[in-house]
Design a protein around this ligand. Structure first.
Ligand SMILES: Cc1cc2nc3c(=O)[nH]c(=O)nc-3n(C[C@H](O)[C@H](O)[C@H](O)COP(=O)(O)OP(=O)(O)OC[C@H]3O[C@@H](n4cnc5c(N)ncnc54)[C@H](O)[C@@H]3O)c2cc1C
Length: 426
């Protein structure tokens, strides 16, 4: 295999150094193809434990791959990372959204921007991204070994020694860990031998379950602007909300699940979600409005059209939950029910008892502790020559293309720095 490739690409590996990249996902491939392109003398090998390459890219964005987000301000972009915001700023100064767009464009892949800022290949299929990365790997002679799980990495005096599940020992000058996030702490065990600490992994980007709750009878209904908070905390987010047959979802819920990932894990995903259906109104304003309507619209039925454009089914549901029947008129609204309605409009409590992974995107929060990495190079501060890229680090973004941007940026930075190191050591 190596011989054939050497013939095809005319490389003489003896001149160069070798880097093993552990993981054939987005960050591993991006690191590999860039390193191989920047340094033709560098032998670049991807080792992938499964029999699939770029498998998350394939299923990402509902099969369309949300490559990045059309945000061109580093400070603004960094705000979309619940963990690692400051760290990614330093990566973005080296490889940012515009670089991602240009990188793919230069290889014949145009991206388009959707109304909410998410960017996809114009072909609307993730296969375009996969084909592009595979073609780059082929062009620059990246070797790929599949079904090759690395089980241990050791730093020796002269090089790195990798053990694989099938009993091979691989030796190389540099290693880039691009093996993604692992849902359980013990899955990081094989990395802690290198002296790195792990921020405990917890899931992020999920929807809230409350399957028995009567609200779920409104499944399919969406509200363009709601505020959702976690009861007894300051954690809250605002945005579109969707009622599903098992609970609530939509951008506001996914965002909250990301920002509150650690708190919610501690609560074992059992908590009260408070929904404010009218986030622009405060309680005194609402009371004043009700007072006015009692006289101005006294004879009208409350269950008629609401003034705020809430979906009618939701309005009627909230009235019912406040003990207000569909015949009740504004003039006859008892203050006890009015108070309940105000509570239900501004802080409707949904008891959450579990989570569901969002079908389009989910990530692991946690991973390699960032203070142990050098953000300008993605090299370990503990083990020279050891690099990291992608979700394995304690960086995660909200949904919308931010996680892939981290994979591209960290993969690129790791590639450039390991190439520079190889040049110095040659
Ligand atoms: C369903 C879904 C949809 C998503 N959609 C989007 C989206 O549209 N936009 C977005 O920005 N993000 C999305 N994400 C998140 C994004 O896919 C990840 O953040 C990104 O793929 C991380 O890339 P990575 O290379 O760091 O890790 P991964 O893509 O997880 O790749 C790691 C690779 O390493 C391999 N590996 C692990 N351990 C070993 C080992 N010991 N030896 C050898 N190989 C190993 C794994 O098999 C895997 O192939 C989505 C995630 C999911 C699950």
């Amino acid at each position: 295999m190596l011989k054939i490739r050497c013939l095809i690409f005319g490389k003489n590996w003896k001149l160069g150094k070798t880097v093993y990249i552990i993981g054939g996902g987005a960050s591993g491939f991006f690191c590999a193809v860039n390193a191989a392109r920047m340094d033709p003398q560098l032998k670049v090998v991807i080792v992938e434990k499964s029999n699939k390459l770029l498998s998350k890219v394939k299923i990402s964005g509902g099969g369309r791959c949300n490559v990045t987000h059309a945000c061109f301000e580093i400070a603004e972009m960094a705000k979309r990372y619940p963990r690692g915001g400051n760290f990614v700023k330093k990566l973005f100064h080296q490889f940012f959204t515009n670089d991602t767009i240009a990188w793919f464009q230069q290889r014949g892949v145009s991206l388009k921007t959707e109304a909410d800022g998410r960017m996809f290949p114009v072909t609307d299929t993730s296969q375009t991204i996969i084909d592009c990365l595979l073609e780059e790997a082929r062009r620059y002679g990246v070797e790929v070994r599949m079904q090759c799980a690395v089980t241990a990495v050791e730093r020796t005096a002269a090089d790195f020694m990798l053990s694989t599940a099938r009993g091979d020992i691989l030796r190389c000058d540099y290693v880039c860990m691009a093996c993604g996030g692992f849902p359980r702490q013990e899955q990081f065990q094989w990395l802690t031998g290198l002296g790195h600490s792990i921020a405990p992994p917890v899931p992020s980007l999920f929807t809230f379950n409350s399957p028995q709750h009567p609200l779920t009878a409104l499944m399919g209904l969406s509200v363009p602007d709601a505020k959702v908070s976690v009861a007894a905390t300051k954690l809250q987010q605002r945005g579109p909300l969707l009622i599903t047959h098992w609970g609530i979802s939509g951008p506001v819920v996914l965002r909250l699940s990301a920002w509150a990932a650690r708190n919610l894990a501690l609560l074992q995903w059992r908590f009260g979600a408070l929904i404010n259906w009218l986030p622009d109104l405060r309680e005194p304003e609402l009371r004043e409005l009700f007072l006015r309507w009692r006289s101005e619209k006294g004879a009208q039925k409350i269950a008629g059209k609401n003034e705020w454009g809430l979906p009618n089914r939701l309005w009627q549901f909230l009235l019912l939950q406040s003990g207000i029947d569909d015949q009740k008129r504004w003039a006859d609204l008892p203050s006890k029910n009015q108070n309940q309605l105000i509570r239900n409009l501004l802080a409707f409590e949904l008891p959450v008892s579990g989570k569901t992974t969002y079908k389009e995107e989910f990530v692991t929060a946690g991973g390699i502790v960032l203070s142990e990495l050098e953000p300008h190079t993605m090299m370990s501060k503990k083990v020279p020559g050891l690099f990291f890229a992608g979700e394995i680090t304690d960086v995660d973004g909200i949904t919308g293309g931010y996680n892939f941007q981290n994979a591209w940026s960290s993969g690129f930075v790791a590639a450039r720095s390991l190439v520079q190191l190889a040049a110095v050591n040659r």
